[in-house]
Design a protein around this ligand. Structure first.
Ligand code: ZN
Ligand code: ZN
Length: 351
């Protein structure tokens, strides 16, 4: 089979790999949808092969590995020791895209990415979903509700699930005004999920089309930080108090600082955008206003399932986030577009 391999320097290729066979405790998934996530742009843009996984703090040998860490498909084959009840043939599943030791407290709690004994991140340091088949431990399967499409399942498998967990960490409710910085696939997910949780959302992005999407997905107000003082704008929208909570999905140092400064006393701030640095003037920015800062990295297997149920039950318009569909053979064009486009989310679909 052929799978997408990032070469760095904005190049990729479709490379031949042997068809995967399931080992003990493993299953082979037939891929139905494999999402493109913002963090894929790190290996795509990396100056050299392997540099990106290292820059994301993921370690690993640098590949070559098949990309794609938002895999969603059906169970095609079970390895030795996998019960049919755990992975029925044809079952619709998402993949929690991490493998740990399987035994430590984090792995047993469904947080394999926190395993201290070393992890595989599928699509980064292990073969991912940008190929017709993928082999994973049965413990990484998360059921996909009947009501959701494979494409929505792919989105939940990283970007949308990440937004959901960050909002859980911030304990977002209908009492909150929440500012979401950055309206890429994670930020737009945070906007629609936060609105479904009852919060009043203020979406911040430099892109006009992205701000329009945010309004379509339930934002009460939008702010262009390139055209106005974003902190003053957020305070003006909250009677001078500042927002109750702010979430940075952009990874921009300026946005992180603005998120903290635009949040009210006793408010909460969340960071999910990857990479870069941030410099705070700690006393006035954080201490004097009793801020709580949450650093959030993706989600557990159970939270992935919870997110999927939430999307179904609250009729979150996730389908409308998926604006671009590609065949695997179009991967070069797909990532070239993703690297420069300003709206929505792309996904590879498989027949
Ligand atoms: Zn472990
Ligand atoms: Zn991701």
């Amino acid at each position: 089979m052929r799978g997408v391999v990032f070469l760095g320097e904005r190049e990729l290729e479709l490379r031949d790999f042997p068809d995967p066979r399931p080992g003990p405790g493993e299953v082979v998934l037939a891929m139905k949808a494999s999402g493109m996530c913002g963090s894929d742009l790190h290996p795509y843009r990396a100056s050299r092969r392997g540099g990106a996984a290292q820059s994301l703090g993921l370690g690993g040998s640098g590949g070559p590995h098949i990309a794609g860490h938002e895999p969603c498909g059906v169970v095609a084959e079970r390895g030795p020791g996998v019960l049919e009840a755990d992975a029925p043939t044809g079952a619709r599943v998402m993949n929690h895209h991490y493998k740990g030791c399987g035994h430590c407290k984090h792995c047993r709690a469904g947080w394999a990415q926190l395993c201290p004994r070393g992890i595989v991140v599928y699509g980064m340091t292990g073969h991912g979903g940008h190929a017709p088949h993928m082999v994973v431990p049965v413990s990484t399967l998360v059921p996909l509700p009947e009501e959701l499409s494979f494409e929505e399942g792919a989105a939940i498998s990283c970007g949308t699930g990440t937004a959901y967990q960050a909002l859980r960490r911030l304990d977002i409710s209908g009492r909150d005004t929440l500012a979401v910085f950055g309206q890429g696939p994670v930020g737009l997910s945070a906007t629609m999920l936060g609105a479904a949780m009852g919060a009043r959302i203020i979406a911040v992005d430099v892109g006009r089309e992205r701000r329009e999407l945010a309004q379509m997905f339930g934002a009460d107000a939008v702010v262009d930080p390139a055209a106005t003082d974003v902190i003053a704008a957020l305070k003006a929208l909250t009677d001078g108090e500042g927002v109750d909570a702010a979430l940075d999905c952009s990874g921009s140092p300026d946005a992180r600082v603005a998120a903290a400064r635009a949040t009210r006393t006793w408010g909460r701030v969340g960071f999910v955008g990857e990479g870069n640095q941030v410099t705070f003037d700690v006393s006035p920015d954080l201490l004097r206003r009793q801020l709580t800062l949450h650093a959030s990295w993706t989600f557990s297997t159970l939270l992935q399932e919870e997110c999927a149920r939430f999307v179904v039950k609250r009729r979150v318009p996730l389908k409308r986030l998926l604006t671009h569909r590609f065949q695997l053979s179009q991967a070069a064009d797909a990532y070239r577009l993703f690297d420069t486009q300003t709206t929505g989310k792309g996904v590879f679909v498989f027949d």
